[in-house]
Design a protein around this ligand. Structure first.
Ligand SMILES: [Zn+2]
Length: 324
């Protein structure tokens, strides 16, 4: 064989073997759903406890509440909401404009709020929403240190929708704000678009009903129509989950997808590291090529009836055995 032919053959073998490794298993985006949506509520407004939480609970939907410490009242009710499955996020101590903060207050706005929330809710709180959706380098520095994901404002065009194949800015994830003038059809369109793009979108809500309940309150019947439509679209493949839960799934998925296998005898070993901080207990869904067997921590992972495997991100490793 000429050396050129050897080179070509070697090259194509390399391609085949790399492809084989890359295709040994495939992560399923959005926890095995077609698209995802998060509802987020800001500023710990009482109307959210009185209307949003009960209406969500009635439909078995879970949401995120970004809390500013200085506006927090009825803490027992908020604790109860968390225990019912809702998520509490950090929305700073006193909700200041970014350009009014200095080096010291940038840190305390992020860190003191986190500490307060973690000790009062007995859970780790590592998601942040920027007050007024204003980012500054100083604020970002601390958010990156204390959180694994943060909610920003709208990007341009499709940036409002995070697609499963993109690598978003974890510290400026987009959201779409509610305005009082929007009718139910606006939100239906947002959900339809997420489903048609296979993407994740986050909605940002303040008040509901009366203007005294918060910034740009959503008419109560529009709010109910939004919840009903989300509930209805679950059967069409919409994953409704809190912001941090979806962000953690996507970030973990990207990390595992980027892991490159090391050959270890007859098996390939994938390893990865988690960012810090990062939530515990993230479980990723995946499919595997026929003939492949997946192992974590020395134990074989069995697929469910749909042929889906559950990969524990916390294990930081995955073994793949079996040839194509
Ligand atoms: Zn706010």
């Amino acid at each position: 064989m000429t050396s050129l032919a050897k080179l070509v053959l070697f090259g194509s073998l390399m391609t085949v073997s790399c492809y084989a490794q890359a295709a040994a298993f495939k992560m399923l985006p959005w926890n095995g759903h077609k698209a995802a949506i998060s509802l987020t509520f800001d500023d710990a407004r009482p109307i959210q406890l009185d209307v949003a939480v009960p209406e969500l609970n009635k439909r078995h939907l879970r949401a995120t509440f970004f809390v500013s410490i200085s506006k927090l009242t009825r803490i027992d009710d908020w604790r109860k909401a968390r225990l019912q499955g809702h998520e509490i996020g950090n929305h700073s101590v006193t909700h200041e404009h970014a350009n009014t903060l200095n080096k010291a207050t940038e840190e305390t706005q992020v860190e003191d709020a986190k500490e307060f929330l973690e000790s009062n809710f007995s859970t780790s709180v590592s998601i942040f929403a920027y007050p007024y959706a204003e980012l500054s380098p100083g604020l970002l520095y601390w958010v990156k240190r204390y959180d694994f994901a943060a909610r920003g404002w709208r990007g341009e065009g499709n940036l409002l929708y995070v697609t499963a194949d993109s690598i978003p800015d974890w510290y400026n994830l987009p959201s779409q704000a509610v305005f009082s003038s929007y009718g139910a059809e606006v939100y239906r369109e947002w959900i339809d678009r997420a489903l048609s793009m296979g993407a994740w979108t986050t909605i940002q809500i303040h008040g509901i009903g009366d203007p005294s309940t918060g910034f740009e309150p959503m008419p109560a019947d529009t709010f109910i129509a939004l919840l009903d439509y989300m509930k209805e679209q679950e059967s069409n493949g919409l994953w409704v989950a809190p912001f941090g839960e979806i962000a953690a799934y996507l970030r973990a998925q990207k990390i595992v997808e980027e892991a490159r296998p090391e050959a270890d005898g007859q098996q390939q070993k994938y390893t990865w590291a988690a960012p810090s901080p990062f939530p515990n207990g993230v479980v990723l869904k995946a499919t595997a090529e026929p003939g492949r067997r997946l192992y974590q921590n020395g134990r074989e992972i069995r697929p469910d009836t749909k042929g889906e495997y559950r990969i524990a991100f916390d294990q930081h490793e995955l073994m793949v055995r079996g040839a194509r």
